[in-house]
Design a protein around this ligand. Structure first.
Ligand SMILES: Nc1ncnc2c1ncn2[C@@H]1O[C@H](COP(=O)(O)OP(=O)(O)OP(=O)(O)O)[C@@H](O)[C@H]1O
Ligand SMILES: Nc1ncnc2c1ncn2[C@@H]1O[C@H](COP(=O)(O)OP(=O)(O)OP(=O)(O)O)[C@@H](O)[C@H]1O
Ligand SMILES: [Mg+2]
Ligand SMILES: [Mg+2]
Lengths: 253, 253
């Protein structure tokens, strides 16, 4: 049974793309053939893996808008076993372009139908719009990255409500498989306070692995490499490898 | 001539709301009566100023959707001279609700017509959707916060293209009055590199004042206070006061 993990949080800058890229790389390193689908018009996950684009390159836009086969747009990443369905800026207009069409929220689910990867990660933009709804409709599970800062707490209730709506009307099988604490800064009380709130709110669903705030993680995308290639011995690499183990474990049940 | 400053960047988590709240507070401290309009469904600027909401409180949603008068939803902030038009989660659905109506992008401009504040700040969500387009259509100028990190550079060309489109078709008078470097971490090369790129790209338009990465800035919203009330002597407060002076200066020409 393949797993499709949507990485979702409408709050901006919480580490969605960083998690998609680095968790994807770690899963591939562990021998799990993994597809990363970039649904964010900013295409950060695409460039974070060093994939060059031109405005004319095929992307997830062609799949959602023109019915292109997902397999036809997939490219290989530098990490063996990791594949990417790149995004493009054209995705920014999709909400308006698909308004009024039949079942716009299920286009990704149909496109993923014939595709064969045991693990699929979906990177989403910072909004609860049609692209994120497509991801939640196609996914088997949701991973929620939460930055250890106050503003990030505020949107959580709303995020859970949106997920519930999708579970009720579009995808009954969807479950929240995990909540990931990111950018944890052990020198500040703020991180501890927020982490405490998140654990009270989500309990067991919070991953034990916590991603530390580390400049090496912010530097890696400028080299087009995941942290496991850019600085394999760093705290960031260790944290994402630990997360990867937990993600694999949670898939066993 | 009143100034309407849209704080825009579709990249998430770059410091839009933090800038709206703290620049607003500093402008009010300097004696400029200022209105902060929160257009982000996450309502971070609203809560960052300690304004309590219930799901039934009047908000910018009622203004854009139901034609409520903007003045009727304005509340006072704790800072004398600073007023807030609060947001609400209902804004998240506005793109779909207004699709197909006549001139949806000009609703904010009409609503701001009768309103009388010398300075108006517009906080935007992390997307180039209808809410941000409304802000760019209503604004006299744009302030672009840019986080000193690699991913934040990637969306700049697209952001400029969107602003050009608005200038051509919706708001000829709109200009980019300034670019603000945020979360600058002097201990890392990454910040220097990104700041250098931004200055090469934007030249004079980059504000001299640079906002340092400072945990006090991230703590202040959990107390519902701008930095000038939470920790007036901090580096963050000094940086936003310096920015405020530059913003006032740039308005003189
Ligand atoms: N653990 C970390 N430590 C330090 N920096 C980080 C960490 N995780 C992510 N970053 C940096 O923080 C910024 C935001 O992260 P990222 O872009 O992955 O978030 P996002 O949720 O995908 O943002 P968006 O909402 O715009 O899609 C980026 O510049 C990234 O390099
Ligand atoms: N200079 C700074 N130093 C440290 N933390 C900061 C700084 N500026 C903002 N922050 C924190 O970084 C996070 C992102 O900032 P903020 O929410 O203002 O960005 P935004 O662009 O408004 O995000 P969104 O795209 O979700 O609207 C918040 O938790 C905020 O408290
Ligand atoms: Mg992202
Ligand atoms: Mg914001």
């Amino acid at each position: 049974m393949r797993r499709i993990i949507a990485i979702v949080n409408q709050k901006g800058g919480v580490g969605k793309s960083t998690t998609a890229v680095n968790l994807g790389a770690c899963l591939a390193d562990e021998g799990h053939r993994t597809l990363l689908v970039d649904l964010d018009p900013q295409a950060n996950a695409t460039s974070g893996l060093g994939i060059e684009r031109t405005p004319f390159s095929a992307s997830t836009y062609d799949v959602l808008m023109n019915g292109a086969a997902l397999e036809d747009i997939v490219v290989v990443a530098e990490v063996p076993g990791l594949y990417v369905a790149p995004s493009s800026i054209h995705l920014a207009g999709i909400e308006v372009e698909l308004a009024g069409t039949q079942g716009p929220e299920s286009r990704l689910r149909s496109a993923l139908g014939p595709v064969d990867y045991p693990l699929i990660l979906l990177d989403c933009p910072p909004a609860m719009g049609l692209l994120t709804i497509n991801a939640l409709t196609a996914a088997t599970e949701v991973l929620i990255p939460i930055q250890c800062e106050y503003y990030a707490l505020e949107g959580l209730k709303q995020l859970l409500r949106s997920i519930e709506l999708v579970q009720r009307h579009l995808n009954q099988g969807l479950e929240i498989s995990g909540v990931l604490l990111t950018m944890f800064d052990s020198r500040t009380n703020l991180s501890d306070q927020v982490a405490g709130e998140v654990r009270r709110f989500f309990g067991e669903r919070v991953y034990q692995s916590v991603i530390p705030r580390s400049v090496r993680l912010a530097e890696a995308p400028s080299h087009g490499k995941p942290i496991t290639l850019y600085d394999p011995g760093s705290r960031g690499a260790q944290a994402y490898r630990a997360l990867c183990q937990e993600v694999i474990q949670r898939g066993r049940h």
